[in-house]
Ligand binder design. Structure first.
Ligand SMILES: [Zn+2]
Length: 185
């Protein structure tokens, strides 16, 4: 009887491992793109990127869906390329260790190790977590040639990047607090 119990336990363990091994293959080409439903809704936690055939799986929603999920300021900044007032956000003076994720979709965008005090009143970083999580777009509005920074997964507006940052990159990613959520580590 004891042997049978052990055998059943082993079988149960084996069964329990099946979902884990499936999860480990997430992001491989065989994974269905429908798994993007896991990213639905606003999140303040990390939602790792998924890749299909080497391409980042995007999050696409219409304007009404974003309006339902975001508050007014988030919608204005993330979806309408607005800018929060300097020194009003909750993250410009954050010095904790952690990951800054897109407030629209949870994609990890910046790490606390690359954050620096720019004196601008906006969270500032000298580089993103990875180049493929950020989309750079030339922005000629307001009579300036600036480079807009977007989340590469949901297209949410983050801020702008300027060539006056500290070493090692010399770049200053000037990001709206409201476009980011902070995940403490
Ligand atoms: Zn996003």
């Amino acid at each position: 009887m004891k042997f049978l119990t052990i055998l059943l336990t082993m079988l149960a363990c084996n069964n329990a491992q099946i979902p884990v091994s499936v999860e480990n293959t997430a992001g491989k080409p065989a994974t269905s793109p429908s798994s993007t439903t896991a990213m639905a809704g606003k999140t303040d936690s990390i939602v790792p990127p998924q890749y299909i055939s080497g391409k980042l799986v995007k999050v696409e929603k219409n304007e009404d869906a974003w309006k339902r999920e975001l508050n007014d300021l988030e919608f204005r900044v993330l979806r309408k390329e607005g800018t929060e007032r300097a020194f009003t956000g909750d993250l410009w003076d954050n010095h904790e260790k952690g990951i800054f994720v897109c407030a629209g979709c949870g994609l990890p965008l910046f790490a606390s190790e690359t954050k620096f005090d720019s004196g601008t009143g906006w969270p500032s970083f000298y580089k993103p977590i990875s180049e493929d999580c950020i989309a750079d777009i030339t922005d000629s509005s307001h009579g300036m040639d600036r480079t807009e920074v977007e989340c590469a997964r949901c297209g949410g507006h983050q801020g702008h990047v300027f060539p006056d940052g500290p070493p090692p990159t010399g770049l200053r990613y000037c990001i709206n607090s409201v476009s980011l959520d902070f995940v403490k580590q």
